[in-house]
Design a protein around this ligand. Structure first.
Ligand SMILES: C[S@@+](CC[C@H](N)C(=O)[O-])C[C@H]1O[C@@H](n2cnc3c(N)ncnc32)[C@H](O)[C@@H]1O
Length: 223
């Protein structure tokens, strides 16, 4: 079966989610679901898959909420810069970066639903985001001045691919901000630059609030 078109996926997202403000970032609205399991079943039906992936794109995740709060509180970290939001999901971090005055914002994810969600969420928040579909960690890091990565350390193989790639990006001049609520594969020894208590949902987490660290790799860019 061929992949559904982006237009079809956008229609699916519009039907199955509500446009809601993000907790503690009330100016940002995202197409958000309320029942992860029900949405996952609908996603499977839409794609003809018995075992569909989690609808990551339908929620702001704790790590992304931390990065988004940090960028909103420190717009100078992205203002006038080129920014990449790796593993963007809903596009939350990319949207906040664009709102904070980034010169150019790209968002990357492997999930075709994320592309459709980012398109809709960018439109809802009146920002422009260039979407890149695919696994950028298979190649050299791009020359973005700032790379944002929210909640990318929850799976062993994923963290094993993404974390060294982020370290390489930091080594070649990008400043990376990684947000994480203490997932299993978060590396030790990162430089913490912020900590936020974020409001999330029992649909995704064991508690409705999580403490999220925001960690910087690479040097802070000069103001
Ligand atoms: C937990 S979600 C986080 C989404 C968003 N950053 C946030 O914090 O709300 C993880 C995302 O990583 C994406 N992902 C997984 N492996 C990836 C890879 N190698 N490259 C890009 N995205 C990836 C998934 O599709 C999913 O959208």
């Amino acid at each position: 079966m061929s992949a559904p078109s982006q237009a079809r996926l956008r229609g699916f997202i519009t039907r199955t989610t509500d446009l809601r403000p993000v907790a503690d970032l009330p100016d940002i609205r995202l197409h958000t679901a309320s029942d992860v399991m029900a949405l996952m079943a609908l996603t499977g039906r839409e794609l003809g898959l018995a075992d569909p992936p989690l609808p990551f794109w339908a929620f702001p995740w704790a790590g992304g909420l931390g990065v988004a709060r940090y960028v909103a509180a420190h717009p100078e970290t992205v203002a006038g810069r080129s920014v990449l939001d790796l593993a963007t999901g809903s596009g939350l971090c990319a949207i906040v970066a664009a709102r904070a005055g980034a010169a150019h914002v790209a968002a990357a994810d492997i999930d075709p639903f994320a592309e459709a969600a980012v398109t809709l969420n960018a439109r809802a928040n009146e920002v422009e985001i260039a979407f890149m579909r695919g696994d950028l960690t298979q190649g050299s890091p791009p020359d973005a001045e700032v790379i944002l990565a929210g909640d990318v350390c929850y799976e062993s193989a994923m963290a094993a691919a993404i974390v060294p790639w982020l370290e390489r990006a930091a080594g070649s001049g990008s400043t990376v901000y990684l947000g994480d609520p203490g997932r299993t594969y978060l590396p030790q020894g990162l430089t913490e630059v912020g900590r936020y208590r974020v409001r999330t949902t029992r649909e995704l987490e064991p508690t409705t609030e999580r403490d999220v660290g925001v960690y910087r790799m690479g040097a802070a860019l000069p103001l």
